[in-house]
Design a protein around this ligand. Structure first.
Ligand SMILES: [Mn+2]
Length: 341
């Protein structure tokens, strides 16, 4: 089935999930609260109704999401260790992936055993997608909202607290704590249901947002004092090099949220981060305040994403990728600004 931002027939989705016994849930590398929360949300339901279910991700669970890991449900993919179990998987559900390749080596396992896949996502996907089943809702604030939709329809009992903790984490993180333009009534209704079920939302907030490492703060100090502004301050950009990471004793996870922070500056319409992965490759991140879409720029750089939050991984040195990304951004934004005048 292919619901590529068309009305989702959840009955068809349910038919596939219900018909599978051994189910693997996964999400993109360097997972965020949405991918992890969506997994956790569906896991507890399917586990409760007796499915042979596991969550297997390419990346380890980030420390701040430890509270989701009651019962040690998150596993990090190891080819040899998982081989036997994976070869008889009936259905792989991939959450929040944006681009299939972001599940990394799990793609190889899927191909090797010719597994059935179901993409559940709120990122744009081309119609020529690689999934057996493609379930995309671009209007969903988080993939976790789609899991909520499914559970509301097909779970006979009220959604259990363990699932709601995951769904709340998904919605909270993908809406920037109910602040971004994607925050809608459904997000708040989900929050109400979570509070009613006894989810301690303030503790989830504290775990994720009041848990910064000193290294992250140190790195933040460095990049914030080296911001660059273009287009009368409407575009702010910065680079994070491996040297900066090393000097701050930071890891790549410490970089999460930096572009969101730069977008909060008065007058800035678009924030751009260029993050060196190694000598030959950089990750770029765009965040827009909502007046100018930026996923076309990310696409031109070989990536994609939402209209106002997008990114790409681009071959090239930090210097070259930064120059190209800044040039492309200036060109595209100048055009959009002249059109909107
Ligand atoms: Mn998401």
């Amino acid at each position: 089935m292919n619901f590529n931002n068309t009305t989702i027939d959840w009955n068809q989705v349910h038919h596939v999930i219900n018909g599978a016994n051994r189910i693997m849930l996964t999400t993109h590398e360097n997972p965020d609260g949405d991918g992890l929360g969506a997994e956790c949300g569906l896991y507890h339901h399917l586990n409760g109704i007796g499915k042979d279910i596991r969550i297997v991700n390419f990346s380890p669970l980030p420390d701040e999401y430890d509270y989701l890991n009651d019962g040690g449900i998150f596993e990090c993919y190891e080819k040899d260790y998982h081989e036997n179990w994976i070869e008889n998987v009936d259905l792989v559900i991939v959450f929040d992936v944006g681009d299939y390749v972001r599940i990394r080596t799990i793609v190889d396992a899927v191909k090797k055993h010719n597994l059935t896949t179901m993409n559940i996502d709120h990122h744009p996907h081309p119609n020529a997608h690689p999934f057996t089943h493609n379930i995309v809702d671009l209007s969903a604030a988080a993939t976790g909202c789609m899991v909520y939709d499914y559970l509301k329809l097909f779970r006979e009992e009220p959604i259990q607290k363990e699932s709601l903790v995951g769904i709340y984490s998904a919605v909270m993180t993908d809406t920037g704590c109910f602040r971004y333009s994607n925050t809608d009534q459904k997000c708040h209704n989900i929050a109400i249901e979570c509070l009613s079920a006894g989810v301690e939302t303030h503790i989830i907030y504290r775990q994720i947002y009041e848990n910064s490492t000193r290294s992250r703060m140190s790195l933040m100090g460095t990049f914030l004092s080296n911001l660059n502004y273009e287009l009368d301050g409407k575009l702010a950009w910065f680079t994070i090099s491996q040297t900066m990471l090393k000097n701050a004793n930071a890891t790549k996870a410490d970089v999460d949220g930096f572009s969101d922070l730069v977008r909060t500056i008065r007058g800035v319409e678009v924030a751009l981060m260029v993050f060196e992965q190694n000598e030959y490759r950089c990750r770029i991140n765009f965040r827009s305040k909502g007046n100018y879409a930026i996923n076309d720029i990310a696409k031109a750089m070989g990536g994609g994403g939402h209209a106002f939050a997008a990114g790409a991984v681009t071959e090239g040195s930090l210097k070259n990728v930064a120059r190209k990304a800044v040039e492309e951004s200036i060109k595209s934004l100048e055009q959009k600004m002249s059109l909107s005048q």
